[in-house]
Structure formats: C-alpha cells, structure tokens
Write a protein that binds this ligand. Sequence first.
Ligand code: MG
Length: 212
Amino acid sequence: MADEILDILQVVADEVPPQADTLRELDARLGDGDLGITVTRGFAAVAIGFPEVRGKPVSDQLARSGMAFNRAAASTFGVLFASAMMRGGMAVKGRDDVGQADIVPIARAAFQGLKDRGKADVGDKTLLDALAPAIDAFEEAQQSGKSVVEATDAAVQACRAGVKRTIDMQSKVSRASWLGERSIGVQDPGATAVLFILEAVQSWVHANMSDE
Ligand SMILES: [Mg+2]
C-alpha cells in the first residue's frame, strides 16, 4: 500500500484546491478567510514532496506530507493537518505491510491527534464533526463485510451529513467561538475541507478498487 498513499494524496492535491473559493468564503464568515489559500499552497507542497518519499514506509509518507503542508501553509488547519498525518502514521510506524485492516487504526490515531492538538471535541463545530461520523461509518461497513468501495461511500455519506449538522452548531473553539451565537447558521469550513478531502479519496477508491 506504500506508494498508493501518494497516489491518493495526488488526487486530493488535484481535487481540493479547485474548491478553495468555497472554503475561503465559509472561513471568511467564521474565521480569517485563509483556508482557501491554505489548501491551495498546502496540497501543492504535499505533491511537490512526493519524489522524496516514494518507496518509504507509509508512516514516513504521511508524516512528511503533513509537515510539508504546514511548512508551506502555516495556519490552524495546517497544524491540525500535520498533527493528523503524523499521528496517523505512528499507528503503522515503519511498517511496509500496511493494508486495508490498518485504515481504521490510522484514521482513529489521526482523529485523536486532531482532538489533542485542537483541544476540541465532537459537537464543538470543527472538522471533528465531519471526521468522527465518517470513521464510524467506515468501520461499521468494514466490520459487516462490505468492500472498501462500499465502506468509503458510507464514510463520505456520513461525513456529508456531519458537515450539514455543523450549520446549526455554535462554535466552541478557535476564533469562530468569539462569534458566539452568530456562528450558528454557517457551515464549518474545516469540516467542509475534510469532506472535500474524503470526496477526493472516494474518487481514487472508485477508480482503483471497484473490481476488488
Ligand atoms: Mg482560517
């Protein structure tokens, strides 16, 4: 699975930046509006770093990609993305035999990294509200014998519902929390970025794993 991670990240780097305007607009309503430029610069840097990590263990590929992102686009989201990638990688540290059974452990470790770094929890109107239902749905589908394609579809669907739920939530952390009740009614930009990332992963999974 080693270099497949780079192929997946390449699709993310191709498909998320064209949606930067949506992220910028949402972030301008709840934060400082930098999320559009952050994903554009960050994912460009991730893709530029691929030759350096090709053939390396997944843990190194994830960690270095996360660090490259935040180096190019230092920001709240950049720090969180780097934390998630490093902590996710630690779940399979140094291993060359990473496979489908590692997807949930990697995702759960990444999620814990986000929680720790962001000092946030589910319900605080953050990217956790997009990611938590996605991981749960993926795990549930996998445990009931569904294919990776089906599990990914379930994850994206749950993620999309989670993103929609952030509209009615009040921001409890970060700059957006200063808005208090005025943060209600706006879809969370970080959660939306997670959805765009997972939709890109989904398009890779459909293109490459549909016959498995
Ligand atoms: Mg921002």
